[in-house]
Design a protein around this ligand. Structure first.
Ligand code: AP5
Length: 212
């Protein structure tokens, strides 16, 4: 089934998407990852996006929708997980048009739900491999060797927007611009809520139930 996976920053979208890819062979498209890649390459789009991302604000719809459509139109035709897109109601409407043009359909919009207190803990503790992008957490999912990736031996780093001062802006942007997506998907009968608290594999079991 094709899904949109959405929820607040740090709720576990990337972690669960990686499992859905590994265990169910789905295709994962994350606009956060695409934007970070563009920033790393210092492409014109990346340079434009960086100032918004560093502050914890959303990148303007026009930039993100174009980037998403370009990548999505070239992606494998397997079941997809959209992680971090759409993030505004206008992106959700644009997505409908893109899916229609590509003769694809959305099965469900899955909202991952976690208590706000947990989010700050998860985000400040997150570490990412500079080489292969594997995600760790110093409290909940530490690497075997401090600061080193278990998968490839790469060095782990902390995202700039995972600093506490920026997290507050991200949570505010989520509340104001992304949370209305719940009502949007509810109104078109696509919303499914999955509890995002507990062990990572416990949550994955809940997700598997709804994406089959
Ligand atoms: P993006 O990268 O999409 O950030 P986000 O939505 O804020 O989500 P995160 O990646 O922070 O969290 P996640 O839910 O994936 O959690 P994770 O699995 O890593 O976007 C970054 C920026 O790009 C945005 O702020 C914006 O500027 C821009 N952007 C992107 N898309 C855009 C769009 N469509 N429109 C406009 N702008 C856009 O988990 C977090 C941590 O918790 C990890 O350390 C993990 O190990 C740990 N963890 C996971 N599950 C559990 C668990 N069950 N228990 C304990 N710890 C757990």
């Amino acid at each position: 089934m094709n899904i949109v996976l959405f929820g607040p920053p740090g709720v576990g979208k990337g972690t669960q998407s990686a499992l859905l890819v590994e265990k169910l062979g789905m295709v994962h498209i994350s606009t956060g990852d695409l934007l970070r890649e563009a920033v790393k390459r210092q492409s014109p789009l990346g340079l434009q996006a960086k100032s918004y991302m560093d502050k914890g604000e959303l990148v303007p719809d026009t930039i993100v929708i174009g980037l998403f459509e370009e990548v999505f139109s070239k992606s494998d035709k397997k079941d997809f997980i959209l992680d971090g897109f759409p993030r505004t109601v206008s992106q959700a409407k644009a997505l409908e048009g893109i899916l229609e043009r590509m003769r694809r359909n959305l099965g469900k919009a899955v909202f991952l739900e976690v208590d706000y207190g947990q989010l700050v803990y998860r985000l400040t503790g997150r570490r990412i491999c500079r080489n292969c992008n594997s995600v760790y957490n110093i409290t909940f999912k530490p690497s075997r060797k401090d600061g080193i990736c278990d998968q490839c031996g790469g060095v782990l780093y902390q995202r700039k927007d995972d600093e506490e001062s920026v997290i507050n802006t991200r949570l505010k942007a989520y509340e104001e611009e992304t949370s209305p997506l719940k009502a949007y998907y509810q109104a078109i009968g696509k919303l499914t809520i999955v509890k995002g608290e507990g062990e990572i594999y416990e949550i994955f079991d809940r997700l598997k139930e709804v994406v089959h």
